[in-house]
Design a protein. Sequence first.
Length: 369
Amino acid sequence: MDLPVAVIGGGPVGSALGLLIPGAVVLDARCYPRDKPCGEGLMPAGAAILESLGVRLEESGFPTIAGVCYRLPSGESARSDFKEGSGFGTRRLRLDALLAARAGVRSGVRLEGMRPLTDGVELQTSAGPMAVGIVIGADGLRSTVSRLMGWSRSPSGVRRFGVVGHIATTGSVPDVEVSLLGEVETYLAPAGDGEALFAVLGPKGGLRDQGATLAETYRRFLAAARPDLGDAPLIGPLTGAGPFNVRPRRVAAGRVFLVGDAAGFLDPLTGDAMTAGLQQARELARLLAEDPESAPLKYQHFCDQQWGRRQRVTAIALHLSRSQTLSRRAVRGMRQRPEALQRLLTVNQGLEGLGLLRPWDWAALLGMV
Ligand SMILES: Cc1cc2nc3c(=O)[nH]c(=O)nc-3n(C[C@H](O)[C@H](O)[C@H](O)COP(=O)(O)OP(=O)(O)OC[C@H]3O[C@@H](n4cnc5c(N)ncnc54)[C@H](O)[C@@H]3O)c2cc1C
């Protein structure tokens, strides 16, 4: 192909594509370093893809994550290591800037329009027109590429939102900790030296107490999830995100593809989205190198399958967090049978299908052991 591949969006997924596809041009509307509301927990399978691209997270100072721990307000908990090695706490301010620099992202260039050409696509950007062979939208939840293609859809199902902030910690945070508080779930992850990420997820009305500020409510949830961190100072502002559960009508046709959040985002609770996006990027790069003509159909199929698995795992996670009774049963079951949680973590990373879970694992997750 004579014309270059253009990747719109230089987040982790767009930058990975810039590294995976020789000669690709990556454009981002914003300038780095820029932040992005995120739980910042990268699963081992996602870290392995970055490692294969020469990005050594441990050497770059990102803290490791050993596994996932589910906690209840009573203090009861269940945890499991990742079987596949370490995940990482990836403070996005640092990770995205590092990846964008490696991928040579052209920052401050916004995609504004697209027009088909006989052998490619003409992009209208804030830096002027640009003729490209293939366009890959890695431009996030409110993807311009998806909108310009007429593929965007509104979020579906129960509307969930997130509030994300960082706190100063003295001790280490070795795991991703999910606290099931009934009205909301919270998510604690290591973010760096003396810093942790704390996010609250739930329906819009549940994230702010009546008569209280967002920060006061956030702190109430922090104290409920981790009483020992209730007074931890906030670092930087709180940011909001959502609603989630949004997927475009399609993710590929002709010379246009979507990856990462642009290709759909389910819910932060499972912490798998960056990993899923990196897996899409790796697959799309492989398919384009093999045969660009057949790539759209094959890539759409890959994404449909991946979405189906992710939807089922998310449904399990949301179901278990829906009531205190279900959460308590599940945490007790997982404590008795940690391998059930470990297998679920493997499935959640896309390394195996749900068939990996044995009947006894299901019984444990449903609290029937
Ligand atoms: C509350 C919350 C918690 C989460 N927790 C986790 C977690 O623990 N683990 C995990 O793996 N994932 C998590 N996620 C999901 C994760 O943040 C996303 O999956 C990830 O950021 C997707 O990366 P991306 O590269 O697809 O898009 P983004 O990181 O959103 O990057 C998109 C880029 O596109 C650029 N862009 C947008 N429009 C244009 C345009 N018109 N022209 C040019 N550039 C443009 C933007 O400037 C941006 O830099 C969480 C998300 C939320 C909201």
